[in-house]
Structure formats: C-alpha cells, structure tokens
Write a protein that binds this ligand. Sequence first.
Ligand code: IPE
Ligand code: IPE
Ligand code: MG
Length: 225
Amino acid sequence: MGLHVAIIMDGNGRWATARRMPRIAGHRAGAATVRRVIEEAPAMGIGTLTLYAFSSDNWKRPVEEVTGLFMLLGEFLERETRALVEKGVRFSAIGRRDRLDARLVRMIEETEAATVGCGTLHLRVAIDYSSRDALLAAARDGASTREEVSALLGGAPDVDVLIRTGGEKRLSDFLLWESAYAELFFTATAWPDFSNGELGRILEEFRSRDRRFGAAPAVAAFALR
Ligand code: IPE
Ligand code: IPE
Ligand code: MG
C-alpha cells in the first residue's frame, strides 16, 4: 500500500528573502520542489503524500502573499492535471473550501474528478487546513469512534513519516490526529532546496527506526548492545 509521508513545506519566504527576492518567488520555487517530489514518490515506496500548502492561520499574511499563493495553486492544478492522470496520481484537497475563490474550488473539484480512479500515488494537498478545525468538524458530524473520526478526516492511513523543512520544530496544526505514531523529521533545508536525495535519506533512517506503538522493544534489540 505504501508509506504515508506528510510534509510541512516551510521556509519558502526565508529562502527568497535571503536571495533578495520577493517571498512569492520562494513559493514559486517551492512549487517546483512539489513537482520533483511527486515524480519520485512512488518509486520511493510512498503511497500517500500529504502536503501542507496553506494553513487556516496563513490568512493572517499580507493579502498580496495570500493571493499569490492561491494563484500558484491554481496554476499547479491547471498545468499538472494531465500529468497527474498520466502518472496515475490521485489528487485530493483537504481543508475548508468555503473561504476559497469559487474558481479555485472548481479547479480543485475538476482535478479530483479527473484523477479519482488513479492508484499509483494519493496526493493530498492541505489548503485552508487546520487539524483542530477538521477534528471539530468530524465531532460535529457525529464521529464517536476512532474509525469514524479517521473516515471523516479523509480516510487516509495514519502518517508514517512527518517531515518539516525550513528549520522550525513544530506541527503548526497539521495532521494532529493522523500523526499520533508518526516518525518525525525536522530539517533546516528550506523547501525550495529540498531534494529527492534528502527525502531518500530520511526514508532510509525511517526504515531503521523501531516503531513500537507502545509495545515493549523486541528482546533482540537489547541482546545486540
Ligand atoms: C511555507 O513557507 C509556505 C507557506 C506557509 C504557505 P513560508 O512562507 O512559511 O516560509 P517562511 O517560513 O516564511 O520562510
Ligand atoms: C505551516 O507553516 C503552514 C504551511 C507550511 C503551509 P507556517 O510558516 O505557517 O508555520 P508557523 O507560523 O511558522 O508555525
Ligand atoms: Mg513558515
């Protein structure tokens, strides 16, 4: 079925500022990283890839930056839908849609519909997303078991690997329920500079970690010391 890898794509703005470029140039460079990662993800054993593109708290940013980010998202959907279908990538958006531009919502729905039968990779992009709000919505919709909550949060498997680029070590309201036993990776690399090589090294370390889910460690792990 493949791993569920979730990425907080952070550091675009600082990447651009360090190069004396406007922050939106960092977001544009970040979009190129998204394309590269999607390209390689299936070969790396990733079955589900959830990317944090716009948090519900990102509305606090200057309107030009917000507009620019949504323009880039629209561009991505418009330009990539055909390639996604060809690669067998199923696209879903998670997050609120009622505050998004109607045109962007239509593009999201069209890409979702065009790729609904694809099975090589499930690409989930979090837009106007807040994990706490998603949990509240699930509760409001009557979820009362773990299975029901998971289903109302989109039905994806639990997160195996959670990566945050850009140097900060926090979750910023991303996939709080789904990451209960995720392995966490924080890298100082800004998202525009994040490479598939680094992703590969993270997955290699992930595979060497002992995921116990609360159980006692295997006896062999002690015997080796
Ligand atoms: C991540 O990069 C992209 C979004 C949050 C939309 P930032 O824009 O947060 O970049 P920094 O953290 O300011 O460098
Ligand atoms: C988290 O990054 C949201 C996204 C990457 C889309 P932020 O840059 O918004 O997070 P904080 O403000 O540093 O916690
Ligand atoms: Mg940031």
